[in-house]
Design a protein around this ligand. Structure first.
Ligand code: C5P
Length: 233
């Protein structure tokens, strides 16, 4: 079985949620979003350990320190990519260059085991890094600054990137570090690999693996998780 490691960037402020605490710490059915994302990663085949990047001043990091011997904690950075790079630096010390690493957002708590397993199986079979994604189904409009439609964009071949995104550890570490040093704007791991000229495989995911971003998303996440939100903390 392929050796895999998980990385969860959890150092964001999540300001669009409008809560006093970052969204990864919001409770849903008695568990935080981060606990749910962590559980999903730890359950994947071949998973050796998961590194979580927390904001430097986040007191909740201590809650995760000794919960599972496979969980490690590092300090995150100013942007998501900096947080991921900090976790990859750590992994370089304890893992092999050709181990696989799966980077997964803390804010995607509904990752289904079948989706994660499909990603691992297909990436390992092809020997090529990849990500879960969904085809775009809506008609797309390009809109100008005044709110008027400029054009309808052809959606054929367009996909919405999700996480986990899975790449060989050594390659992802060096490409991400080089891209950041070059000042490239990196919004996900795949964009760094594209910048580096590496092929990236798209593996079909599910709508349930969406990113919790605004308060209404918690209802949707509860629905996908089969949780009744009545009366919970
Ligand atoms: O803000 P957004 O939803 O795009 O964040 C995606 C993920 O990246 C979240 O899990 C968030 O905690 C993480 N992040 C991070 N470090 C940052 C910014 C975001 O780990 N500086």
């Amino acid at each position: 079985m392929a050796r895999c490691w998980g990385v969860i960037p959890a150092a964001g402020a999540g300001v669009r949620m409008g809560y006093s605490q970052p969204k990864q710490h919001v409770l849903l059915g008695g568990k935080t979003l981060l606990q749910r994302s962590l559980q999903a990663l730890l359950g994947l085949p071949g998973m050796q350990g998961v590194v979580i990047a927390f904001a430097p001043d986040d007191p909740r990091a201590a809650d995760y320190r000794d919960t599972d011997e496979r969980v490690r904690i590092v300090q995150g950075g100013a942007q998501r990519a900096d947080s991921v790079l900090a976790a990859l630096h750590y992994l370089q010390e304890i893992a092999y260059n050709d181990d696989w690493v799966l980077v997964h957002d803390a804010a995607r708590p509904c990752l289904a085991a079948a989706d994660g397993e499909r990603l691992v199986t297909q990436v390992v079979a092809k020997g090529c890094g990849g990500l879960l994604a969904e085809p775009v189904v809506d008609t797309l409009k390009r809109v100008d600054a005044d709110g008027y439609v400029q054009a309808t964009v052809d959606r054929r071949g367009l996909w919405r990137a999700q996480t986990p995104q899975m790449f060989a550890l050594g390659q992802l570490h060096s490409v991400l570090a080089a891209a950041l040093a070059d000042g490239v704007e990196i919004t996900d791991e795949a964009s760094a690999m594209e910048w580096g000229g590496h092929p990236v495989l798209v593996v079909p995911g599910s709508p349930s693996n969406f990113k919790v971003t605004v308060p209404g998303d918690l209802e949707l996440a509860a629905f996908y998780l089969g949780i009744n939100r009545e009366g919970q903390a």
